[in-house]
Design a protein. Structure first.
Length: 594
């Protein structure tokens, strides 16, 4: 998209006389947030973030020295991080005197703010700092050289070496005359600009029309700072403590700044939050909603409001269960696998949203969780009703937030051959077992993708999905559809960092046989069906494989992001046979349940 067409409202003079072009918008009466860009960007980088902050915040963004209408000093020494910190100090001193500001900064802009925060009195001027793909210079240097000095710790050494090698491009950008000339030529090509930002869709790219010249003019930031990292004098200065609330947004797909470079940040930042997202270096373009939400959350905390669940989960060093500060939705939670899954997640620290078509049983599950010290919010829901599921998702998201984990478990049984099963019974099984999974996935997956911070969906199928039986036609069909639907959806959600697990239980001792409908074959009476139901109930009970084991498998599969998880020996065995000897399973389809 083209850069925002606007003239700077004013200029601010920095300490060395450089004029900084400043742009102001948003809520003039709101708290101030300052947006600071890096290289090769301009203030236009924030075009997709600004609308998400404008209603609440007074927004100040400016062009770094060498960019846009800001001055472009000639000496390389004018582009050190100390000078970037001077520019930031001048802007907030002029436009927000006496009032602390919130800061969102990216790349070299973030590094410059870190530099400022190491100065005396910075904590009185900055209320919160959200850093994106721009670690503190002294912290990163400490990590790299500290790791390289410890070859006896292979993992740390390899990570330090990897990070160091990924920054060697800075040496090329430090070549005088040649680097600016090449950049001006290369960045004038649209294809190169797209590749530079990880091929983000064109309508999400926020570049100034003067990107090539801005990059060439401000590339001196590399020689001014890169070689300084190797200076013994710089390293002997040590790492400064930053006494400001800081959250780092870690782009796990960033080609330049690797996630482990932030692992030791808490040593120097006592009040630290960390959010890892599946994004490349230019997340201000690809994930503006994540950055805006992060700023809102930390600003809320600074104003004395209770921390959001996302902020609690991001807080570094806070004790919690594995799924602490996580919201989990489980359908069909009134009994069986659904109930045990809800209880299992609650034991791991999660907050639960549980639903079932039976109000009494789902409230009973909620009471069981509460008795164990957990939190569960019960809802009545028919998963086969798409409109009801969407309304449920909207209500839950508004009241509790978007669930981080969604377990589509609700299901019903149906026994009988296709020709013996009435059409309405067949359709009901498809509507609940398959339609319920589709409805739940549609309503919540969309919200997880839009939120941009990942998540996980669990779709409960069955070993019946790959083990055909003529006497379980409707049930097998519904579970096979769930299995294939999940495979397709998993591929679609992967790019957004949303995992999906298909659970395939075997013979599990639940109440499903008692609630299963049996289609009566021609020539047989109801009493024969009742006898067979009783036999199956006894067989399931003797199996002694309860729903708690399925729940444990679900929790484990989410932790490990398993794509497919059979549960019980027979489920594993039949899954293997379905891949190696599918015809053998087709032959077993002749077996009858009644």
């Amino acid at each position: 998209m083209p850069g925002t067409k606007q003239a700077p409202q004013q200029f601010v003079d920095s300490e060395d006389g450089v004029r900084i072009a400043v742009y102001e918008e948003g809520n003039a009466d709101g708290p101030t947030v300052v947006l600071v860009h890096g290289w090769p960007d301009s203030h236009v980088l924030w075009d997709r973030v600004v609308p998400l902050l404008a209603e609440r915040f007074r927004i100040i963004r400016y062009d770094n020295r060498g960019v846009g209408l800001s001055s472009a000093p000639k000496p390389v020494s004018a582009y050190t991080m100390a000078r970037y910190a001077d520019d930031f100090a001048a802007v907030i001193g002029e436009l927000s005197p006496g009032r602390p500001v919130h800061v969102l900064a990216h790349d070299w802009g973030s590094v410059g703010v870190w530099e400022y925060l190491g100065r005396p009195g910075a904590a009185d001027r900055v209320a919160s700092f959200t850093s994106v793909s721009g670690p503190a210079h002294d912290q990163l240097v400490n990590f790299v050289f500290g790791g390289l000095r410890r070859p006896w710790r292979p993992r740390l050494f390899a990570r330090a070496l990897s990070q160091a090698l990924r920054l060697t491009y800075m040496a090329l950008f430090s070549i005088p005359v040649l680097a600016p000339l090449v950049l001006r030529l290369v960045l004038s090509r649209p294809a190169v600009r797209r590749a530079l930002v990880d091929n983000i869709p064109a309508d999400q790219v926020c570049h100034s029309e003067n990107l090539a010249s801005d990059a060439a003019n401000s590339v001196k930031v590399y020689p001014a700072n890169y070689w300084r990292s190797y200076s013994g004098k710089f390293r002997r200065q040590g790492v400064r403590i930053v006494d400001v609330p800081v959250q780092v947004v870690v782009n796990t797909n960033d080609k330049f700044v690797r996630p482990w470079g932030y692992d030791a940040t808490a040593r120097w930042v006592p009040r630290l939050w960390r959010r890892d997202i599946r994004a490349g270096h230019w997340s201000p373009m690809s994930h503006p909603q994540v950055l805006a939400a992060a700023v809102h959350d930390l600003a809320d905390l600074a104003e004395g409001k209770p921390p959001s669940r996302a902020l609690l989960r991001a807080q570094v060093g806070r004790p919690r269960g594995y799924f602490g500060d996580t919201l989990v939705s489980v359908t069909g939670a009134g009994s069986g696998i659904g109930r045990e899954t809800a209880i299992a997640f609650a034991k791991e620290g999660a907050e639960l949203v549980i639903s079932d078509i039976d109000e009494a049983t789902v409230k009973e599950t909620a009471a069981m969780i509460a008795a164990r010290g957990g939190v569960a919010h019960p809802y009545v829901l028919d998963v086969s009703d798409a409109a009801a599921v969407e309304a449920f998702a909207e209500e839950v998201s508004a009241e509790h937030g978007v669930p981080d984990i969604v377990v589509n478990n609700a299901g019903i049984g149906q026994a009988g051959s296709f020709l013996d099963t009435p059409a309405d019974q067949f359709e009901r099984v498809i509507d609940v077992n398959f339609g319920g999974v589709v409805n739940g996935s549609r309503s919540f997956a969309r919200r997880l993708v839009e939120r941009g911070t990942g998540g996980h969906i669990v779709n409960v199928a069955s070993m019946a999905a790959y083990a055909p039986l003529q006497s379980l036609n409707a049930y097998c069909t519904s579970k096979a559809a769930t299995f294939m639907f999940s495979d397709c959806l998993r591929a679609e959600l992967d790019a957004a960092g949303v995992g999906l697990t298909t659970i395939c239980p075997g013979v599990i001792d639940t109440n499903i046989v008692s609630t299963t409908r049996f289609a009566v074959p021609t020539g047989k009476g109801e009493e024969q069906v009742d006898d067979r139901r009783g036999q199956l109930n006894k067989m399931f009970a003797l199996r002694r494989y309860g729903p708690d084991k399925v729940a444990a498998a679900i929790v484990s599969a989410v932790k490990k992001n398993k794509p497919i998880r059979p549960v019980a020996p027979e489920a594993y065995a039949l899954y293997g046979v379905s891949r190696v000897l599918p015809q053998a399973l087709r032959s077993t389809a002749r077996m009858r349940v009644i």
